[in-house]
Design a protein around this ligand. Structure first.
Ligand code: GPW
Length: 843
């Protein structure tokens, strides 16, 4: 028996330790095998989509080898792991990213070419998963790419929404939302882990009892139990064997649940209840930086957090079992949990519940562990984004958590009272509970109190966070608050999105820049080289031509490829001030129509591209889209504009579209009211791709200006430090309206762009009345025009312009997420890279 067993093990080991070959012939055999056996299709006359599926499966096989090896290794070593908890991951397409990170792009391209397929076409068959809204979700995905690339043992945890971010279509000049059922063709990148399921309780009640030592204990019982089902997606690093995991949860009914209802003889009721379970992870809430306070959203948050913590706990306890020296108190030595905004902050009372009610630790012990495990990233100081849940709602859904939150708050307020006796104002400001009707739980206060570190996402944001959002907490815990400026992954946003520029870089400094952006710095001096500038311009032109072709093919719009390409592509929000952009466009239109032919000859031709989604319930944002579309129709049809001005609203902005557009911009706009955009990450992508910025002194714009030199950015507008005073003054001393703004608003109001029946344009323009111009749109208009004029003037000095672009793009290393993640690792997580050396060299 014993000998048999050993022989079996040895054979099994031998069989599973052979790796897939990656030569072109083997890849072809792998493709055909998947067509025939995975997809069960005939071997001839296959469309691109079938071949996309087959290619994805073939690549996935190769990812899985690295993935299982990496996970096994980090478990064996018992390394500390980072868990990035986020309700959003804006992943984008996977195929291109995977083949490039695996170093197999060339081999797959050749394998496909020889059998009559084109890798680029195959890649465009992929439907992108859009499990996020905007910047916050995309940041999470950039972080996962970097964590893998830098060999950190790290997992992302999130929700596998059935319906991702809605598809935006423009019908009759208005946004219409269509459900995004992204799983229609299946998802070859995920593995359903039927062996990884956890029960998640909702509702019910709390029972109090005494344990054997006579301590009062609590048990949460009854209610409904839903199952969380794990789906895993491998996250490959670039140029490394390490492959991390993104685990997304899907809700499904539990068996107990069925039985109870069936026994009661309520067949239809049982089916309905099942449907309700599945609805928890049905749809991504499409609100960016606003809190809707919907009950289903709280269910999503808790469901996701509960499953995640059970999973982390199980893995940690397994490692405790492995090394007899580790105790539960050592959890912070093995586990770092990063909360991506307050969306997963219910994890704090949930971990407390596990430690108190399941592990039977004392409050003090449990709190010590919990606080050393969690860290919280804040992404906004906008009041409308601050998450608050009503006490009655939490009490109904999560009765035990409500108790724990009260206890956390009670103990915390005692500390506050010790520090500041008889200071009720401070007490009520710092309390987790807002004393309104109904009472509300402030998730940001809970997150600050329950974390060891709180970080903002750009220098100015962190400063404002400390001074306006959490000033009292800062006094109490000055060392708790730090800044970690955002970054973006050069793999997706340069190497993949911009092959033309990438090959220039690789030609100059070798391929090492892809995971060490600092290596581009020496290229700055090439800004003085006329031949190099010419090559640079050629790359930009290639990218612009790609957009020109795309616009013609998909929208039937012809644009001048030599025009200045001006882009503002991001979520539609009043604070981001797309309205300022539109007013600028209307002004430009007025100037063109009133100019003489000689004057027109002097003007710089522009293609103004705008894109972005509005939250379905955000009236002002939808009105804005309406106005852009109307302006676009009039301007593009006006013969006076011809090659001088085109205005285009591109529907359904997403990651793939961003990859097409960003490399083609000459100028991009990041023009939020100063102090309101926490960081912005689009700004970084545009400059890395050789575009210049028109922007306010806000978010990461400020740090970008420092890095590339202020002379390379077109800045304008009130500073954050001036905004409050300007707002105060305007109600009694409204500033005089700039005549050019007067003319632009007059054109809109008078119906040059049509007169929508519900007065949508008036609503937009009333909000910038100089008495109550909350976002300082009228206020900043003159300096905005000055910045735009300056951009026009500079654009005509072609050689100087190119030099600016080169200098800027090659100074952007600090905005690589590689730098960002190194800071998180050192200042917050205390984790080290753990490179895994493959048993046999690949390729
Ligand atoms: F409100 N951000 C976002 F702070 O995209 F939670 N969605 C959100 O819900 C929030 C923030 C939240 C963005 C910020 O607006 C942007 O400035 C920042 O660059 C990005 O998060 C990543 O930090």
């Amino acid at each position: 028996m014993g000998a048999d067993h050993l022989a079996h093990k040895e054979l099994l080991w031998k069989l599973s330790s052979t790796y897939l070959p990656n030569d072109v012939g083997s890849l072809q055999r792998s493709l055909v095998r998947h067509v025939e056996y995975t997809l069960a299709r005939r071997r001839y006359k296959l469309d691109d989509n079938t071949f996309y599926q087959a290619t994805a499966h073939s690549v996935r096989d190769r990812l899985i080898e690295r993935w299982t090896d990496t996970q096994q290794y980090s478990a064996k070593v018992g390394a500390k792991k980072v868990y990035y908890l986020s309700l959003e991951f804006l992943i984008g397409r996977s195929l291109g990213n995977a083949v490039s990170n695996l170093g197999l792009r060339g081999a797959y391209a050749e394998a496909l070419r020889q059998i009559g397929y084109n890798l680029e076409d195959i890649m465009s068959e992929e439907k992108e998963p859009a499990l996020g809204n905007g910047g916050l979700g995309r940041l999470a995905s950039c972080f996962l790419d970097t964590l893998a690339t830098q060999n950190y043992p790290a997992w992302g945890y999130g929700i596998r929404y059935k319906y991702g971010m809605f598809e935006q279509r423009i019908l009759n000049g208005q946004q219409v939302e269509f459900p995004d059922y992204w799983l229609t063709d299946g998802n070859p990148w995920e593995v359903e882990r039927l062996d990884v399921q956890y029960p998640v309780r909702l509702f019910g009640h709390v029972r109090e009892f005494k344990d054997q030592e006579g301590n009062t204990r609590y048990a949460w019982q009854g209610g409904e139990v839903v199952m969380a089902q794990a789906y895993d997606t491998p996250i490959p690093g670039y140029g490394t064997y390490n492959t991390n995991n993104m685990r997304l949860w899907s809700s499904k009914p539990s068996h107990e649940f069925d039985l109870a209802s069936f026994n009661a003889g309520n067949y239809y009721g049982a089916v309905e209840a099942k449907e309700r379970c599945e609805s928890i992870t049905s749809v991504l809430y499409p609100n960016d930086a606003t809190d809707e306070g919907k009950r289903l959203r709280l269910k999503q948050q808790y469901f996701f957090v509960s499953a995640t913590l059970q999973d982390i706990f199980r893995r940690f306890k397994k490692s405790v079992g492995r090394t007899a020296t580790t105790k539960i108190q050592d959890m912070p030595k093995k586990v770092a949990i990063q909360l991506n905004d307050t969306h997963p902050a219910i994890a704090i009372p949930e971990l407390m519940r596990l430690l108190l009610d399941v592990e039977y630790l004392s409050w003090e012990e449990a709190w010590e562990i919990s606080r050393n495990v969690f860290a919280y990233t804040n992404h906004t100081i906008l009041p409308e984004a601050m998450e608050k849940w009503s006490v009655p709602m939490i009490t109904e859904l999560l009765p035990r958590h409500m108790q724990i939150i009260y206890e956390i708050n009670h103990r915390f307020l005692l500390e506050v009272q010790k520090l500041w006796p008889n200071d009720d104002t401070r007490l009520s400001a710092m309390s987790i509970i807002e004393e309104s009707t109904p009472k509300m739980v402030r998730m940001s206060n809970l997150a600050v109190i329950g974390s060891h570190t709180v970080n903002g996402v750009a220098m100015i944001h962190t400063k404002l966070l400390k001074s306006t959002l959490f000033p009292d907490f800062l006094l109490m815990w000055p060392e708790k608050f730090i800044n970690v400026t955002n970054g973006v992954t050069p793999r997706r946003w340069l190497l993949q999105a911009n092959p033309a520029l990438s090959s220039i870089y690789t030609g100059m400094v070798g391929p090492g820049w892809v995971n060490d952006l600092k290596r581009l710095e020496p290229i700055k001096t090439m800004a003085q080289d006329a031949l190099f500038r010419q090559r640079w311009r050629a790359a930009k032109q290639t990218n612009k031509n790609a957009v020109v072709d795309w616009l013609y093919k998909t929208m039937g719009i012809q644009v001048n490829p030599n025009a200045l390409f001006d882009m503002q592509v991001k979520r539609i929000h009043e604070y981001k001030r797309q309205l300022l952009n539109v007013l600028g466009i209307v002004h430009r239109y007025a100037e063109i129509t009133q100019a003489t032919p000689e004057q027109r000859n002097q003007m710089v031709p522009r293609v103004c591209i705008m894109a972005g989604k509005a939250a379905p319930g955000y009236v002002m944002a939808k009105n804005l889209i309406m106005l852009v579309c109307a302006v676009s129709e009039v301007v593009n049809a006006d013969a006076a504009c011809r090659d001088l001005l085109k205005v285009i609203f591109i529907p359904n902005f997403n990651v793939s579209l961003a990859e097409l557009l960003i490399p083609a911009s000459d100028v991009s706009q990041h023009i939020s009211t100063a102090g309101l955009e926490a960081s912005g990450t689009g700004n970084m992508k545009f400059v890395m791709n050789g575009g210049l910025i028109v922007g306010t002194m806000d978010g990461a714009n400020i740090e970008i200006a420092q890095a590339i030199g202020e002379h390379n950015m077109f800045t304008f507008g009130a500073k954050a430090s001036e905004v409050a005073a300007i707002r105060r003054t305007m109600s009694h001393h409204p500033p005089k309206i700039d005549p050019r703004l007067q003319r632009a608003t007059q054109m809109i109001r008078s119906g040059v762009f049509g007169k929508p029946k519900d007065g949508e344009y008036h609503q937009l323009l009333d909000a910038i009345d100089p008495h109550k111009d909350v976002y300082l749109t009228a206020q900043d208009f003159p300096s905005y025009l000055r910045a735009m004029d300056e951009a026009d003037a500079q654009f005509q000095l072609e050689e100087k312009w190119t030099a600016k672009c080169i200098e800027s793009a090659c100074s952007m290393w600090m905005f690589s997420s590689d730098r960002t993640i190194r800071e998180y690792a050192a200042k917050i997580w205390n984790v080290e890279p753990l490179p895994f050396r493959p048993p046999k060299h690949q390729n």
